[in-house]
Design a protein around this ligand. Structure first.
Ligand SMILES: Nc1ncnc2c1ncn2[C@@H]1O[C@H](COP(=O)(O)OP(=O)(O)O)[C@@H](O)[C@H]1O
Ligand SMILES: [Mg+2]
Length: 595
């Protein structure tokens, strides 16, 4: 649970985002679209202007024609009214469309940037960050930002322009009435500020709990098989119920703030209307203002409250978005990557790979997983590694592939330190086959070729070598068969053969096998054994073996114990030595007999 706890914590919404810095950085994503933004600004100014025009027309219509008792001669004014409506429609359409486009384009850029950034992270980074959390960064956090672009940033400018237009019109028309209408402002500001604080806290709490729901679901759905096998459904359901109740409670608190705020605003608004009418009553009696002016003012003051009320809502959108942006930027600022020497050299392997007194721990100052290990993998030879679970065997592969860097000593290829080689070239030397094979959804062919140039002759020879031809011939669609998400439609053995085909297609110099035959049936294992035998005449192999029978004729066997190389030699010499290896062999033999 503690790990899950840490996961929830790190997904929390921070209380005090550094707003200005964040906003400034966010604005950076809008900068390339300055032309659209400029157009938006013009459209919004136009929209604000079009909002006050009807009141001006109302005023004239009423003053001129109500007294007259007929609408004769009013046609131009009515046509003007209609024209304004149509223009308002067009402006609002263009504004809406442009706004959405600007927002979506910025999101697109951000998502692409995030994914590219993710691809540059180190193995360690992915060990420590659950998939669900990284998914959230690229999907819903980015979505939150879009809301902000759409109804935050730009819309606030629009609202401000509307307010400006309305206030301007009011003062231009009648300063006294304008002052009465604006008398509401302090009350509204106080109410909004109180609401903002209350709702802000409740809202952040809601967010936090929502993140907990997501994290829980992500974990449970991916582990559903385990839940069902262990009959833990009731317990999981109860946990989910609790998390949801928490969310529900927090949500109610948010809603409470809203439910109080809106009636209060309504109340203040009505009060202002009353004040306007009261004030206007005296002025009307004195003949200082007209009926038309009063009606136009009432119309405008209704409009006046809307942007103010929306500002409060936009505040929440901004809050969410700022929290999201903070998390996104934290991810973008993460620089955990395997460093590449700017003067890195091309990787070539003609002689040998050498471990020289290598020491490594996964955590700084943590337990040493590899201790002072030295050994040579000559080109064209077969080296095998054996040892108990946790001895550090897979770690050697992690170091060879530079998923991690050694802490002391060095690993060299033809005498050059790995750290001085170009990472992609170094990795291309190795063909890695693991116990768990990752299969992408798509066809069998896609999964073998993996986006590399398609070479039909090579593909054919690879199928032959990896014993996959039988399977392909049996399938009605052959290589075009969809393997299903994560290769569900393939058996474990078939997935393993696929991994071999994929690796052979790469034409690597060195074959790295990590317990590649550990969880498959003996028939497939025999097949794979044949594959390995055949290709190992051409390639160098570095095999981590679970079943010792598979490495009997390796040129050299390394016996690892707690990260240290304790024995090395051929099978026969090690048996003669009667040490750790001989014991391991006897143990497996006994197991085999028992089975
Ligand atoms: N990503 C990791 N972070 C921290 N510790 C790890 C990591 N991977 C492996 N270890 C630890 O390092 C030790 C050696 O692991 P590994 O090389 O996978 O062993 P083997 O392959 O021999 O079974 C184990 O104790 C394991 O718990
Ligand atoms: Mg291992």
């Amino acid at each position: 649970m503690s790990e899950q706890g840490a996961f929830f914590r790190s997904d929390q919404v921070d209380q005090q985002p550094m707003r200005h810095a964040l906003l400034w950085r966010l604005a950076g994503y809008l900068r390339p679209q300055w032309a659209s933004l400029l157009a938006l600004l013009v459209l919004m100014a136009l929209g604000a202007f079009l909002e006050v025009l009807p009141s001006e027309l109302t005023l004239r219509l009423i003053n001129r024609f109500m007294g007259q008792g007929s609408l004769r001669g009013a046609a131009p004014l009515i046509a003007g009214f209609f024209g304004i409506l149509v223009a308002g429609f067009l402006v609002s359409f263009a504004r809406y469309f442009l706004l959405a486009r600007v927002g979506q384009r910025a999101m697109l850029d951000l998502r692409v940037q995030l994914f590219a950034h993710l691809m540059g992270r180190s193995t360690d980074f992915f060990h420590r960050n659950p998939v669900g959390r990284l998914m959230t960064r690229v999907t819903s956090d980015v979505q939150n930002l879009n809301e902000m672009f759409a109804s935050g940033f730009v819309a606030i400018v629009g609202d401000a322009l509307s307010l400006l237009a309305i206030v301007g019109w009011m003062f231009w028309t009648h300063a006294g009435m304008a002052l009465v209408a604006l008398g509401i402002l302090p009350f509204l500001l106080v109410a909004t500020e109180v609401f903002r604080r209350r709702a802000g806290d409740a809202f952040r709490e809601t967010q936090r709990r929502y993140a907990a729901i997501n994290a829980f679901l992500q974990e449970q759905i991916s582990g559903m098989g385990l839940v069902q096998v262990n009959a833990q459904e009731a317990r999981s359901a109860a946990q989910f119920q609790t998390i949801n109740e928490d969310y529900f409670q927090a949500f109610l608190r948010t809603i409470f703030a809203y439910a109080v705020f809106f009636p209060v605003v309504e109340f203040i608004t009505s009060g202002t209307l009353a004040a306007l009418i009261f004030y206007a009553g005296f002025k009307l009696q004195a003949g200082a203002i007209t009926w038309g002016l009063l009606l136009a003012f009432i119309q405008q003051s209704g409009r006046f409250f809307r942007p103010i009320r929306e500002l409060a809502e936009r505040y929440n959108v901004m809050q969410t978005a700022l929290a999201s942006s903070e998390r996104i930027f934290r991810l973008l600022d993460n620089q955990e990557a395997i460093p590449e020497d700017p003067a890195a050299e091309s990787a070539a392997f003609t002689r040998e790979i050498r471990f020289e007194d290598v020491t490594f721990a996964y955590e700084e100052g943590g337990r040493k997983v590899v201790r002072g290990l030295s050994g040579v993998i000559p080109r064209g030879r077969r080296v095998a590694v054996v040892g108990h679970t946790g001895a550090g065997k897979s770690t050697l592969i992690n170091l060879l592939m530079r998923f991690y860097d050694v802490h002391a000593g060095r690993i060299t290829v033809d005498g050059t330190d790995l750290r001085r080689l170009k990472v992609p070239e170094l990795r291309a030397l190795f063909g890695l086959v693991l116990q768990d094979v990752f299969v992408f959804s798509g066809t069998l062919r896609d999964n073998i070729v993996l986006g590399r140039p398609l070479d039909l002759a090579r593909l054919d020879s690879v199928l032959e070598q990896s014993q996959l031809k039988d399977l392909v011939d049996r399938l009605p669609l052959g290589l075009d068969t969809q393997v299903g998400e994560r290769g569900q439609k393939l058996s474990a053995g078939e997935r393993q053969l696929l991994a071999f085909a994929r690796m052979l297609y790469l034409e690597p110099a060195v074959l790295l096998l990590d317990e590649a035959t550990a969880n498959i049936d003996s028939e497939t294992e025999a097949k794979i054994q044949k594959v390995i035998e055949r290709v190992s005449h051409r390639l160098t192999t570095f095999t981590i073996a679970h079943r010792l029978s598979t490495i009997r004729d390796a040129d050299e066997i390394w016996v690892l114990d707690q990260g240290a190389l304790v024995e090395r030699g051929t099978h026969d010499s090690l048996i003669a030595q009667d040490g750790v290896y001989a014991k391991l062999v006897r143990l497996q033999f006994a197991e085999g007999e028992a089975a």
